[in-house]
Design a binder for this molecule. Sequence first.
Ligand SMILES: [Fe+2]
Length: 556
Amino acid sequence: MDRRTFLTYSLAGGAMVWAGSAVPSALQPLFEAQAQTANLEVFPQSVGAGDPRANGVVLWTRALPRTRPSAATVSFQVASDANFGTIVLSGTAQTDPTRDYTVKVQLRDRPELRPATVYFYRFLLDGQSSPVGRFKTLPAPGDTVNRVNFAFLSCSDYTNGFFSAFRFLADEDIDFVVHLGDAIYETVFAPTFQNNRRPIELPSGLASAQSLEDYRALYQIYYNDPDLRRLRERHAFITIWDDHEYANDAYQEFNTDTNNPAQNRSPNRRQVASQAWAEYTAAAIDFDPSRAPLDAIQIYRSFEIGNLVELVMTDERLYRSAPPCGLNTALAPGCAAVVDPSRTMLGATQRRWFLDKITRSPRTWKIWGNEVMTMQLKISRAIVNGAGVPGLTLPADLFATLDQWDGYAAERTEIFNALRSANVRNFVTITGDLHTFIAGYQRLNFDGPLAPRAVPADAVGVEFVTGSITASNLAEQPNPFNLDINTSTQLLSASNPHFQFFNSNTHGYTLISVTPSELICTMKEVSTVTEPNATLRVLKTYRVPNGQVLMQDITA
Ligand SMILES: [Fe+2]
């Protein structure tokens, strides 16, 4: 975002910021709290922080004034202690019904905020205080950093279970959370993948969100969840969307809700989905309703974390070409369009930006925050037919889904070749979307021969895919071959020897701990999502040494 956009936004939000607690005396009453306890009636979705920088962050809340539906002035404080004894910043912002009473304060280049430091914040309205939130700023881009800890996650389907994973993640020792998308699901009862454990009724009464009110209601209901409230209060988020913030397998302005692409083109629905995302996501991203959907918002961006990590977050929905071989992307044999070099996942502008960020970064680790898996996910005809599964023979290899990078293989090859030509080292991709824990190697040619568990000679990087928070995995969804999860796992693992690990039978999140010498990836699973009282355990741990395309299983 450029300076002009930032100023425009600040004016639109009416935000004013003062160092310390030196606010003009006329505004002092806005900073007086009548009660010590947080008021969830005034601040029903609590608070959240996002897009931490060395001297900045975005603070978020939703504040319901007594005077509804009029506008109101909300105040906020940032302190170096949880009791607000030392206030480092104070400010005010406007809220009103046009933004559904959300408040987003973008703090940028504030010298009062020190790098790599923990802060606490709260909002005040009508004498009532929000819960206290906490965030940690990033180290400065030029700092020498010895460790960065963060979590990545995706796919929290409220209707499909309880968010215990969020509760456990709140207590992890991390600097921030990376959310790779599917923060909400636009459908509220799709029987093939939603078990209706926690039912939602949309304002429209429809089975999927269509209007601005529907999308806003989803964020309100999700953010009301006590486990998610706690996590958002505790850590700053770096968030991108995937498809379900708008519609299943979305591309550009299109959903895939019918078999007719013309009917699926829905600029208004795409636009309101983007608007609700911008209103409710603590991210330093603006939404401009006067522009067409593909220009109204830009969510791709990067984060420089000292000299240690370049974190590059991409958008794989808004600019991608249409599905390659028709709208049915699941269990598809593919077609010539898959390798058509004119097709794109990132769009030309984002692809140039992405390659520039990754290939020119001076930082030790280049981490790609990626929505859909880059590694090939095939079901091999030879493996399946050789396995002698009763009633199952395949006439051809099938791709599990062409919605992921397998449907955009020409651009994937272009990116991987560019990484190899530029001799990019320590390239690590973190991915959501698949509701499956996977660890594996990104190859220049995924169909080249490879012995099981071997490290491919043409590997350009490692990819870790996190299981879902609650969204249904392979074990929980029906499959057309009626395979049980163990058979599916065996067939998929054997069909994709670049995988070192594959588990689609559980839920949880993934931790990354980076030092100058190694990257440790720890996948954690919850014992259940269908009951609220889950337990947590380590599922798998991998070590990636600096300088090698290698993952070592170090699970205790
Ligand atoms: Fe998902």
